[in-house]
Design a binder for this molecule. Structure first.
Ligand code: SF4
Length: 355
């Protein structure tokens, strides 16, 4: 299986005191793991992020990554140049502190020849919880400093499109900037400020069962929009636009454990113990039948095949997000996917022998 243009996703903390209602990681906040970069971890992360096949390095958290700025800066410093970083945050800290952080990031990425996109949460669950709203001040910083290596974008959820659009326009108006929103597709808008543009991306909600009488994007609608956008069937891994091959989605957790995103039942390695490389992970995809199936069989086909009872159908509907569906199914019966894959393989072999 050809794999290229991978995503390295590094969760640097589980600490968060913001308390968003729809938080997918609230169960982790009690654990409070924090990524500490040991010498071995630095060697491993450096090898991964500097590999030419890696398309993007996302720094985020199962908590708020601003609570571990030390690890973020240490990771930036491991670059040997040409790395596309992304920092996903609520941006909750006081404005002077935030601007100092932006200055620091900008200095490091310019020196190393990297880029970094700061992706700010802009939905109706985060916004009321955040005292120091970072959105307008970030755009102002971008415009005033004529930034080249650092960019900003916004992320929200599908039920909040109007909220997000109005909020951003109003925040910018308050500081004297005219802005408008251009609708690109079901998953993306663009905020236009003068001749500059800033992407706004929308996610479907994980476990939206707390919503009453609000229409949200279903799992099927979400997957079909992703497929339309990338012009290929949705599978796990880092989906790239056809004809580029898909890549791996390698996730490093705050305790150093490494997984393919969404397949938390299969611990692959730990950055503090093992010796890692891109080839090490490629080999796992190509040899583990379950992992390979999740990366090659279209997700919607796979869901049809495993929907063998009402309980599983309800579980898929409630999770409402492909990665969470896999997590929930593996929790429900860790052998279910394997059993289906193996029984179908056997049927195919039997049919071939009878031909
Ligand atoms: S900021 Fe992120 S991690 Fe913290 S509560 Fe909100 S969604 Fe959860």
């Amino acid at each position: 299986m050809e794999l290229d243009n991978h995503l390295i996703y590094i969760d640097i903390t589980q600490i968060c005191g913001i308390g968003c209602k729809f938080c997918m990681y609230s169960d982790k906040h009690a654990i409070k793991d924090h990524l500490v970069l040991t010498e071995k971890a630095k060697i491993n992360i450096s090898k991964l992020i500097n590999n030419k096949e890696v398309k993007r390095v996302s720094i985020s958290g199962e908590g708020e990554p601003l609570n571990n700025i030390k690890a973020f800066k240490e990771i930036l410093l491991l670059s040997k140049g040409g790395v596309r970083f992304e920092f996903i945050t609520s941006g909750y800290i006081a404005h002077p502190e935030l601007i100092t952080l932006y200055d620091d990031i900008n200095k490091i990425i310019i020196k190393n020849g990297d880029t970094c996109n700061i992706r700010l949460s802009t939905d109706s669950y985060h916004i009321p919880k955040i005292k120091n709203k970072p959105h307008a001040v970030s755009i102002k910083y971008f415009l005033e400093n004529n930034l080249k290596n650092m960019t900003f974008s916004f992320r929200s959820i599908d039920i909040d499109k109007e909220f997000t659009r109005n909020y951003l326009i109003e925040e910018l108006n308050k500081i004297g900037l005219d802005a408008k929103v251009q609708i690109n597709d079901i998953l993306e808008d663009v905020l236009l400020v003068g001749d500059k543009s800033f992407s706004i991306d929308y996610k479907n909600l994980v476990k939206p069962t707390f919503l009453e009488n609000i229409k949200y994007m279903t799992l099927k609608e979400y997957i079909q929009s992703k497929e339309e956008k990338q012009n290929r069937p949705f599978t796990l891994g880092n989906m790239n636009k056809f004809p580029l091959p898909n890549g791996m989605d390698i996730t490093i957790k705050p305790n150093g454990n490494v997984y393919f995103y969404g397949i938390d039942s299969h611990l692959l390695a730990n950055i503090n113990i093992d010796i890692l490389s891109i080839d090490f992970f490629k080999k796992i995809i190509n040899t583990n039948i379950l992992i390979k199936t999740l990366h090659t069989v279209p997700f919607l086909n796979l869901m049809d095949r495993i929907s063998i009872n009402k309980e599983i159908v309800a579980l898929i509907e409630n999770a409402n997000n492909p990665y969470w569906v896999i997590k929930e199914i593996l929790k429900y019966d860790k052998n279910l996917l394997n059993k289906i894959i193996i029984s179908e393989k056997k049927i195919n072999i039997d049919m071939a022998m009878n031909d």
